[in-house]
Ligand binder design. Sequence first.
Ligand code: ADP
Length: 159
Amino acid sequence: MNRAVYPGSFDPITTGHIDIIERGLAVFEQLTVAVAIHPDKTGLFGIEERIELIHKAVGHDSRITVDSFEGLLVDYSERVGASVVLRGLRAVSDFEYEFQMANMNRHLNSSVETCFMMTGAGLFYVSSSLVREVAQLGGNIDDLVHPTTAVALQAKYNR
Ligand code: ADP
């Protein structure tokens, strides 16, 4: 069984993430969507809230596991039996950071490979941070997130 880990902040999950998950499942039999816990970084949504929003956005699919992890990604990947880390690329600006991370992870554990998928058509400008900003300012986020996530964002910003 080939399993990939799709790690990220998912604060919150967007249609860009969902697109990578759907296309990832065309390549990998099992996907673990893993919310990274950074002890020194508090996001808008708590870790459990992010996990719940991911569950609701992807629906029930036995191929998808949603989890969170702390510590090194390569160690976590090994623990869940994944030899591939899946990441998305939106623009050249993503490349430098992703290239550095992929190489650091390879340095830490050469048996874990990083696989990149290009953003879906018309989703290159979608990021969690921009979606949060638009929601906070009362803009329309309907095409950018799952309806459940839109409601959760509106609740956070009392709209
Ligand atoms: P991180 O803080 O680890 O970058 P994110 O939740 O922002 O976490 O992103 C997780 C992964 O999803 C990253 O690989 C990012 O490039 C990818 N991603 C986010 N939005 C999109 C999008 N619109 N299209 C393609 N990939 C995306």
